[in-house]
Design a protein around this ligand. Structure first.
Ligand code: NAP
Ligand code: G4F
Length: 330
C-alpha cells in the first residue's frame, strides 16, 4: 500500500486529493495544525479513513516528526495562507507559511525521506502583471501581492532542491480552481453563497470589488488529478494546469444570478473595500505541456461548475434555515 502525506488536507484541494488517493488505495496521512475550533467540514465524510499527524508549516521539528511518522512515498504540500487579500495586512505571516513553510517541508523531506516524491502547490498568481498571454511554464513571473511573492519563493526553492539534491520535486502552477468546498471569502463562492441567500430572501445585496478582473477558472476535482499525475512521471518537472479560457468577475455574476432567474445588476453594489492595492488583471493559462505529457484534461466547464456551486449553496442555506426554525421551536 502506497503512503502519501498531505499538508493542507482540511482545505479545498486537500479534501479532493485525499478522496482521490483513498480511492486509489493509498494510506493517506493528513497534517493537521492545532486550531481552537476543529475544521473538518471538507473532510468529515473521510475523516476516519485519514491517519492524522500533527504539525504546522512554520515549525520544522513538527514536520520532521510528521514525515518520520508517515514514511510517505509521496508528499503533497498544499498548506498555505492562500487568500491573496489577507496577504497585504498579514505579509509576514504569509511569508512564513507560504514561502518559508515550503523550505521547512523540503528540509523535513530531505532529512528524513529524501527519496519521497514532492509536490508543491504553486500558483498562477506568480504571473501577476502578466508579461505574455497565455501564460505557460516559461512565462516570467511578476507577482502583485505578498502572497504572489511568497509563491514565487516556494516555486524556486522547490526547483532548487530538485537541482541541488536531486530530489523528485515538482511544482504545479495551477490557475484558479473552485468547487462547493471553496472558502467563502474567494470570489466564486462569495457569489454563489450570495446568490443563494438573495434567492431565499435572507439578503438583498451583494457587495463586490473589481468586476473587470479576468481569471482562468477550473474545477478543483479535476485539478487534483493533475497533482497526482505529476508525481507518477519518470522525471520531476513543472506544469501549468489551466482551462485555456478566461472570464471576468462580471461574467461569473451573470452566470450565477441568471441560474436562479435573477439579474445581478439589481443586487450587486460596488464597494471600494474589496479593491486590492495591486490587482492581477488577466490570467489565462496554456496547459499544452500537461495535456501532452501527463494526458491531463479538464472535465467540468466553468458554467457547469458555477451551476454546481449555486445548487449546493442553495441546498445548504435552505437546510440552515430549516434547522434554525427547528431550533427556535425546540
Ligand atoms: P485552502 O482551502 O485555503 O486550504 C489551505 C490549507 O492550508 C488548509 O488546510 C489550512 O489548514 C492549511 N494551513 C494553513 N496554514 C497552515 C500552517 N501554518 N500549517 C499547516 N497547515 C496550514 O487552499 P486551497 O484552495 O485548497 O489551495 C491549496 C494550495 O494550492 C494552497 O497552497 C494554495 O495557495 C494553492 N493554490 C490554490 C489555487 C486555487 O485556486 N485554489 C490555485 C493555485 C494554487 P486549516 O484548515 O487549519 O486552516
Ligand atoms: O477569488 P479570489 O479571491 O482569488 P485570487 O485572488 O485570484 O486567488 C486565488 O487564485 C490563485 C490562483 O491564481 C491562488 F493562488 C490563490 O490561493 C487563490 O486561490 O479573487 C479573484 C478576483 C480578483 O481579481 C479580485 O480582485 O476576483 C476579484 N474580486 C472582485 N470582487 C473579488 C471580489 N475577490 C474577492 N475575494 N471578493 C470580492 O468581493
Amino acid at each position: 500500500m502506497k503512503r502519501a502525506l498531505i499538508t493542507g488536507v482540511t482545505g479545498q484541494d486537500g479534501s479532493y486529493l485525499a478522496e482521490l488517493l483513498l480511492e486509489k488505495g493509498y494510506k493517506v496521512y493528513g497534517l493537521r495544525r492545532r486550531t481552537s475550533t476543529p475544521n473538518y467540514e471538507n473532510i468529515a465524510h473521510i475523516r476516519n479513513e485519514i491517519e492524522w499527524v500533527s504539525g504546522d508549516l512554520t515549525d520544522l521539528a513538527s514536520l520532521i516528526l510528521a514525515v518520520r511518522a508517515s514514511q510517505p512515498e509521496e508528499i503533497y504540500n498544499l498548506a498555505a495562507q492562500s487568500f491573496v487579500e489577507t496577504s497585504w495586512p498579514q505579509p509576514l505571516l504569509t511569508g512564513q507559511i507560504t514561502a518559508l513553510g515550503v523550505t521547512n517541508m523540503l528540509e523535513a523531506v530531505r532529512l528524513v525521506s529524501p527519496d519521497a516524491r514532492f509536490y508543491q502547490a504553486s500558483s498562477s498568481e506568480m504571473f501577476g502583471k502578466v508579461v505574455e498571454t497565455p501564460q505557460k511554464e516559461t512565462t516570467p513571473f511578476y507577482p502583485r501581492s505578498p502572497y504572489g511573492v511568497s509563491k514565487v519563493y516556494g516555486h524556486w526553492i522547490t526547483v532548487n532542491y530538485r537541482e541541488s539534491f536531486d530530489m523528485f520535486a515538482c511544482s504545479g502552477i495551477l490557475f484558479n480552481h473552485e468547487s462547493p468546498r471553496r472558502g467563502i471569502e474567494f470570489v466564486t463562492r462569495k457569489v454563489t453563497d450570495g446568490v443563494a441567500r438573495i434567492k431565499l430572501g435572507l439578503q438583498s445585496e451583494l457587495r463586490m470589488g473589481n468586476l473587470d478582473a479576468k481569471r482562468d477558472w477550473g474545477f478543483a476535482g479535476d485539478y487534483v488529478k493533475a497533482m497526482w499525475l505529476m508525481l507518477q512521471q519518470e522525471q520531476p518537472d513543472d506544469y501549468v494546469i489551466a482551462t485555456n479560457e478566461t472570464h471576468t468577475v462580471r461574467e461569473l455574476l451573470e452566470i450565477a444570478f441568471s441560474h436562479v432567474d435573477l439579474n445581478y445588476e439589481d443586487h450587486v453594489v460596488i464597494d471600494p473595500k474589496f479593491f486590492r492595492p495591486a490587482e492581477v488583471d488577466l490570467l489565462l493559462g496554456d496547459c499544452t505541456k500537461a495535456k501532452n505529457k501527463l494526458g491531463w484534461e479538464q472535465k467540468v466547464s466553468f458554467r457547469e461548475m458555477i451551476h454546481m456551486m449555486v445548487e449546493t449553496d442553495l441546498a445548504r442555506v435552505e437546510q440552515e434555515m430549516k434547522n434554525k426554525v427547528l431550533t427556535s421551536v425546540i
